[in-house]
Design a protein around this ligand. Structure first.
Ligand SMILES: CC[C@@H](C(=O)O)C(=O)SCCNC(=O)CCNC(=O)[C@H](O)C(C)(C)COP(=O)(O)OP(=O)(O)OC[C@H]1O[C@@H](n2cnc3c(N)ncnc32)[C@H](O)[C@@H]1OP(=O)(O)O
Ligand SMILES: [Co+2]
Length: 133
C-alpha cells in the first residue's frame, strides 16, 4: 500500500533562496511555482532517490503560516509517500484510526496528482502527505 518516498518538504520564508545552495551542489532546481489552492509557493530539488520540496507561504490563510511563526528559520514540515491507490489508502488509514485533514477528498498537488494530508499526532509527530503514484 505504501510506495516510494516522494518528497521531504521544508517550510521556509523564501523558497528560491533556500534552494540556491542545492543548485550550487549541482542538483536540479525547479522554478518557483505558486499554488494558491494550497496556500504555498513550491521549489523542488530533484535528488537521485527523492525530492526536496521547499514551501513558502502564499496568501493570508497559508497552512504553513503558524509553523513558520514557531520555526522562524524554517524546518522540516512534512514527508510525502507515493501510494498506488489513494482512496484505498485513505479508507484503510481511517479504519486504523488515523485522521485525514480537510474534508478527506484528495486535491490535486504539486505534481498534478491527487494528494491527502494525515494528522501529525497519528504519525509520531510528523505531518504525512500521500500522493497517488
Ligand atoms: C504544494 C501542494 C502539496 C504537495 O503536492 O506537495 C503540499 O505539500 S502543500 C503543503 C502545505 N499544506 C498543508 O500542510 C496541508 C495540511 N496541513 C494542515 O492542515 C495544517 O498545517 C495542520 C497540520 C493541521 C496544522 O495546522 P496549524 O493550524 O498550523 O497548527 P496547529 O498549531 O493547530 O497544530 C496542531 C498541532 O500539530 C502540530 N503541528 C502543526 N504542524 C505540524 C507539522 N508540520 N509537523 C508536525 N507537527 C505539526 C502543532 O505543533 C500542534 O501540536 P501541539 O502544540 O502539541 O498541539
Ligand atoms: Co508536499
Amino acid at each position: 500500500m505504501l510506495g516510494r518516498l516522494n518528497h521531504v518538504a521544508i517550510a521556509v520564508k523564501d523558497a528560491e533562496k533556500a534552494a540556491r545552495i542545492y543548485g550550487a551542489l549541482g542538483a536540479e532546481v525547479s522554478p518557483a511555482v505558486p499554488l494558491p489552492e494550497h496556500g504555498v509557493i513550491t521549489v523542488f530539488v530533484t535528488l537521485p532517490n527523492t525530492k526536496i520540496e521547499f514551501i513558502q507561504p502564499l496568501g493570508e490563510t497559508s497552512p504553513i503560516a503558524k509553523f513558520l511563526e514557531r520555526n522562524a528559520d524554517g524546518g522540516i514540515h512534512h514527508i510525502c509517500y507515493d501510494v498506488p491507490d489513494i482512496i484505498a489508502a485513505r479508507d484503510r488509514l481511517v479504519k486504523e484510526g488515523a485522521r485525514v485533514l480537510g474534508d478527506g477528498v484528495p486535491r490535486i498537488g504539486a505534481h498534478g496528482k491527487p494528494v491527502l494530508f494525515l494528522h501529525p499526532k497519528d504519525f509520531s509527530g510528523a505531518l504525512v502527505e500521500i500522493e497517488q503514484a
